[in-house]
Each structure stands twice: as structure tokens, then as C-alpha cells.
Design a protein around this ligand. Structure first.
Ligand SMILES: CC(C)(COP(=O)(O)OP(=O)(O)OC[C@H]1O[C@@H](n2cnc3c(N)ncnc32)[C@H](O)[C@@H]1OP(=O)(O)O)[C@@H](O)C(=O)NCCC(=O)NCCS
Length: 148
């Protein structure tokens, strides 16, 4: 059974391990440590029998939140864990009565794009040559939680 739990500092090693496996530009330990002391940052862990298999980090700002990162261990991808993390993000956003959710994603990241689109995210902008490893563009995506 997969559980979505609040991140604990003892989860950081496992997060960094996955981070280095899935991202071309992994965030460092110091980046996470700097972010995690900020009140606006929220982080959750997906755990299977106590093992951290995925995580998500977002930031609250006014009536909005931005999803900064979501990742699932490569050996556990395609089993619905990313979707569970996103459902948790949405449930929290609804509880907080947020207006919009934002994120950025590489144009080539078809899996993530399919996941985000299935939750109602739409492309609202393009950041040219955003990623420093290959100068790939980023889509900026937004999901409105209100009736506008
Ligand atoms: C993106 C990511 C978090 C998705 O997590 P996951 O647990 O593998 O995804 P799920 O099994 O919950 O699948 C959710 C949806 O993603 C999409 N998806 C998953 N695997 C896919 C594949 N091989 N091809 C296309 N779409 C896929 C589908 O829309 C799927 O929904 P469906 O199963 O109802 O069709 C995961 O692949 C990952 O960690 N990727 C590397 C890190 C990353 O790119 N993060 C996003 C940065 S913006």
C-alpha cells in the first residue's frame, strides 16, 4: 500500500537518491535544506512499506501554489504513484481554497505533460532555453481551481 505522508528530515537521503536518478539537473542537498526551512514550502513523501518511492515539493504564494518538483523512483514509475501525489496536491489546494496551481516542465517530458494535462493543467507560457543542461524550453502550465 502506498501512503502519502508529510516529508521528514530523515527522508532526505532517499529523496536525493531518486533526484539524482531522474533529473539531468538534480537539486543539491543544500538546495533542499534551504527550501525546507521556508514556511511557504510544502513537501510530501510517497512511501511503500516505509520505503520512500516518490516525493513532491510545492510552494504557496498568496492564492496560488507552484509545483516545483515531483518524482517517482524509476523502478516504481507507471504504477499510479505520481497520480496519487498530484491528487494529494489538489486536495490540499482545495482545502486551502487556492485559485490556481502553476508549474514548469520540459517540452520533451511527455510523461509529466500527460500527467499534468490529465489534471487540467494548460500551457500558459513558454520560457525559452530555460534548462541549462541542453537549453531546452519550458512550458509554464496553470490549472485554475475556480470557475473563471
Ligand atoms: C512524471 C512522474 C512523476 C509520473 O509518475 P508515475 O508514478 O510514473 O506516474 P503514474 O503511474 O501515476 O501515471 C500518471 C500519468 O502519467 C502519464 N504517464 C505515466 N507513464 C507514462 C508513459 N510511459 N508514457 C506517457 N505517459 C505516461 C499518464 O498520463 C499517466 O496516467 P494514466 O496511467 O492514467 O494514463 C514520473 O514519471 C517521474 O518521476 N519522472 C521523472 C521526474 C520528472 O520528470 N518529473 C516531472 C518534472 S516537471
Amino acid at each position: 500500500m502506498i501512503e502519502i505522508l508529510p516529508f521528514q528530515s530523515s527522508d532526505l537521503e532517499a529523496v536525493l537518491d531518486i533526484e539524482h536518478q531522474v533529473y539531468a539537473l538534480p537539486w543539491s542537498r543544500a538546495s533542499y535544506e534551504d527550501l525546507l526551512v521556508q514556511d511557504s514550502i510544502q513537501m510530501w513523501a510517497a512511501k511503500k512499506n516505509g520505503r520512500l518511492v516518490g516525493y513532491m515539493l510545492s510552494q504557496l504564494g498568496g492564492d496560488d501554489a507552484e509545483l516545483h518538483t515531483i518524482a517517482v523512483s524509476p523502478d516504481m514509475q507507471g504504477q499510479g504513484i505520481g497520480r496519487m501525489l498530484m491528487q494529494h496536491f489538489f486536495a490540499d489546494a482545495m482545502k486551502r481554497r487556492l485559485n490556481s496551481l502553476f508549474l514548469q516542465v520540459r517540452l520533451s517530458n511527455e510523461r509529466a505533460l500527460a500527467l499534468y494535462r490529465s489534471f487540467g493543467f494548460e500551457v500558459v507560457g513558454l520560457r525559452k532555453r530555460y534548462y541549462s543542461d541542453n537549453h531546452e524550453d519550458a512550458f509554464v502550465m496553470r490549472c485554475s481551481l475556480t470557475q473563471d
